[in-house]
Design a protein around this ligand. Structure first.
Ligand SMILES: [Zn+2]
Length: 106
C-alpha cells in the first residue's frame, strides 16, 4: 500500500530561508534549526521524459518552483511546463500532478 503525505519544505528558524531537500545547515546563516513549511503546489518550469522507472517505463521528471520558494525536482504526472501543479510525497518520492479544477478561478 502506498503512503501519500502533503509536501513541505524546510524553513530556517533563524533567517527564514527555505530549502529542500533538508540541508545539514542553512546555506544563508548556518542555522541548524528548521520548521516545516507546507508547499502543496507550485509551477512546473520544465519537464524531461526518460526511460528509467523500476520496470523500464518512461518517467517524466520536472522542476517545480514551489509556492513556498525553493525549486524542487519531482516526478511529473499529466502536467505540462508552465502549468500549476500540486505536490505530494508518495512512498518518499516527490510527485507533481495537475490538480483537478475543484475551485473556479476568481
Ligand atoms: Zn538561515
Amino acid at each position: 500500500m502506498s503512503r501519500s503525505t502533503p509536501f513541505a519544505v524546510l524553513r530556517c528558524a533563524s533567517c527564514g530561508r527555505t530549502a529542500w531537500p533538508a540541508p545539514a545547515m542553512c546555506a544563508r546563516c548556518g542555522g541548524l534549526a528548521f520548521d516545516a513549511e507546507p508547499a502543496a503546489g507550485g509551477t512546473l518550469e520544465s519537464a524531461t521524459t526518460a526511460a528509467g522507472g523500476p520496470d523500464g517505463e518512461a518517467v517524466t521528471l520536472g522542476t517545480v518552483r514551489t509556492n513556498a520558494g525553493p525549486v524542487v525536482v519531482a516526478r511529473v504526472i499529466g502536467a505540462r511546463p508552465g502549468s500549476e501543479v500540486a505536490l505530494r510525497l508518495r512512498d518518499g518520492a516527490l510527485e507533481a500532478w495537475r490538480p483537478r479544477r475543484a475551485r473556479a478561478a476568481a
